[in-house]
Write a protein that binds this ligand. Sequence first.
Ligand code: FES
Ligand SMILES: [Fe+2]
Length: 451
Amino acid sequence: MKSNGSIRSPEGEGSARGGYGKLFRDDGYVHRDLYVQQSLFEDEMAYLFGSTWVYIGHETEIPNPNDFVRRRIGRRPVIFVRKEDGALDVVVNRCPHRGALLCRFDRGNAKRFTCGYHAWSFENSGACVAIPLRHAYGDDFRLEDHDLLKPARVDNYRGFVFASMSPDVPSLIEHLAGAASYLDQWLDRGTGQKMIMNNGSMTFTCHANWKTVYDNAGDGYHPPFSHESMLRVFARRYGDDTDMSYFPSGTNEGPMISRDLGNGHTIIDQRPAMHAQSAWKRQHVHPGREATEAAILERFGDEGGMKALDSSTGAGMNLSIFPNFMIVGNQVQLLDPISVNQTSIHWFSTSLEGAPAEINATRMRMQEDFPSFGEVDDTAQWESCQEGMEGVPEMEWIDIRRHMATGQGRVDVDGRETHPVTSDLHMRAYYRQWLRVMNGKACGASDAVGK
Ligand code: FES
Ligand SMILES: [Fe+2]
């Protein structure tokens, strides 16, 4: 049997796929089952992650021939590799023999992967190259019938590599839709150096559904409340006008925006507030700040120096790319769903290749800042939501109505909706795409979900 033949359709025999529309109400509510039902989680892992482009990693994580890191597509373990010839690839980390994980190291450099169970051996391109005691399989046994499974499509947008288990997806650029131009803005910000992502990641696991974590990155409503103690400490130490103090706590929601970028991708753009004058000047005090500023201004002059310093602060964007990939400030965030109420969260920090050491050191200090001081607030809320949603079956619906009916949104010339930053636009956009993909219609007709 050939192990890497066509990938079985999620709609294959025995599939219970369908009926997901009842989880959504046009008046802006989604059902708690999306966050608490294990069988629905299993459907998501099979169909959602099996039917769309999923972010795998950045090319600079594996700079040398034969470098690899382990990743997942839903719960499918995969290996992201740079092959001997320098090309990037993705292979499924599941031995075709009895199913063991072939590679059990998170990262490394290997031309071949040899299974720890019965020692079947594979090139990092996926080709089966040796098995022990082969005679017992008979004369018609062919190594090439036992290659590793591979995603149907692998593609790369400016170093960000995505894979799709299904061949039936639009091109990656079509899938990225309006998110591509925001990726460009994120990559091209600053003083022209290339973004590199080779600092490893900070990883932790929380007891919450993976979509609660994803929803939060586009939620411009919660910061002054969930992060109140952090903001108060910052204000007391550094003054009222630093960091995230620009998030609205009164009636004024401008000038930041929430945008629907198509295909479930969204952004909250903090730059109109954060970068209104100088992002560097907004950034709170940290050790070495004065010396960094003096050294950079002396080296690059006032204008160039300030541009370089601004690039060391957060990017002012929370860009959420369907279904589980986010850019938050200068960092990349990736969600690994573990079970319906457990999620691993990876934060990858970034550097600028060839930038002054002071700039990259400052970037690193700032990137340590938010997960360390802010993510604990968020995690407490996510776990609390999970406990409340799981514990009270009588309350079936989750409210995602903000700014549905205020008339404060607009439709831009590109046809995309833009709302005040505290809108729930991001969740409505996400679930429209969720339903399309789960129903197997991601390339076709759209389904309305409380627009
Ligand atoms: S399970 Fe991998 S060689 Fe047997
Ligand atoms: Fe938060």
